[in-house]
Design a protein around this ligand. Structure first.
Ligand code: NCD
Length: 320
């Protein structure tokens, strides 16, 4: 059984894309679209009276702030806990921290942690009325990032089925890559490629339904979407790479390399970008880059996930 779903098959927690059905992913995208009108999100009273806790055990700017904005646009109250500098460092266990937050009558935990499986662990241990949303766990999954990327792809390309998508760089350490591979294959894109040096491509990744390339130009040929990944130095153990300069030479996205992609290809990156390491500045800021649109779309997509997991949408739809 997928612990993300309730008995009726509705989304209760949002922990990972793996195992979710296409219809549910489309429902998230359509719900996000309903919150966006003319490019901006209006404030709606869907989660009035609810309390959402951002529980971040790892630093983050964009993800935490867009979750916070999303909660506020839904009229919820938001608490931000930066656990690195709070109870955990005083020796309190995770379960004790949760019990205390539950005692404050919270309705949702948005969790980021450097260990894979933390959001799932929390979902199993919280009171039954609480929903848990994974904002990135180790190298496992980052499902809202994948969904905001799917939203951005759909906005630019329409149907998923004809698309070829390349995910380039440090796939090994990337929770974004893992969630995206699940999302893209579930949504039925024609081809998903992962491109990178042997040391940064997980062994057996072909089993997820992707094609592996070690040559950047070959991997980018005729693709419609290029997803660049950051080199996750903080997760690397030992020397997996010669130098950042050499990395750019072989795997950095420059205007010249991008020529081999489809003429209308879009360039994406979850951020934070490392200019001159995985992507040239003029490409990151260029006409094909949709990197900042990804950030904006993150608000509506996170609103959709929060409203769906807290079961707030039926009233909204009826009231319309
Ligand atoms: C990603 C993350 O934290 O996994 N960033 C993000 O959420 N915007 C990717 C990264 O850190 O490189």
């Amino acid at each position: 059984m997928n612990i993300q779903l309730d008995k009726q098959g509705r989304l209760k927690h949002f922990l990972g894309i793996e195992g979710l059905k296409r219809e549910l992913l489309i429902e998230i995208l359509d719900t996000a679209a309903s919150f966006l009108s003319m490019g901006s999100v209006k404030k709606v009273p869907l989660l009035r009276g609810k309390t959402i806790v951002n529980l971040f055990f790892e630093p983050s700017t964009r993800t935490r702030t867009t979750f916070e904005l999303a909660a506020k646009r839904l009229s919820a109250d938001v608490l931000n806990f930066n656990i690195g500098v709070s109870s955990a460092s005083k020796g309190e266990t995770l379960v004790d921290t949760l019990r205390n937050l539950e005692a404050m009558h919270c309705d949702m935990f948005v969790v980021r942690h450097n260990e894979s499986g933390t959001a799932q662990f929390i979902a199993k241990h919280v009171a039954p009325h609480i929903s848990v949303v994974n904002a990135g766990d180790g190298r496992h999954e980052h499902p809202t990032q994948a969904m905001l990327d799917m939203y951005t792809i759909r906005q630019h390309k329409g149907a998923f089925e004809p698309l070829r998508v390349a995910i380039v760089g440090d796939v090994l350490h990337s929770r974004v890559a893992r969630s995206e591979i699940h999302a893209l294959t579930t949504l039925g894109v024609s081809e998903v490629r992962v491109v990178g040096p042997k040391t940064l491509i997980p062994i057996g990744v072909e089993g997820l339904g992707v094609h592996v390339y070690h040559d950047l130009k070959a991997g980018l040929r005729d693709v419609d979407v290029v997803v660049m990944l950051r080199l996750q130095r903080e997760r690397m153990q030992g020397a997996l790479l010669p130098s950042e300069h050499e990395y750019f030479e072989y795997y950095g996205l420059s205007e010249d390399v991008l020529e081999v992609a489809h003429p209308d290809a879009i360039v994406m990156h979850p951020g934070p970008i490392n200019r001159g390491v995985e992507i040239a500045s003029n490409v990151a800021d260029g006409s094909r880059s949709v990197i900042l649109e990804q950030v904006s779309n993150g608000i509506a997509v996170r609103m959709a996930v929060m409203a769906m997991t807290l079961g707030a949408l039926s009233e909204y739809k009826e009231g319309k």
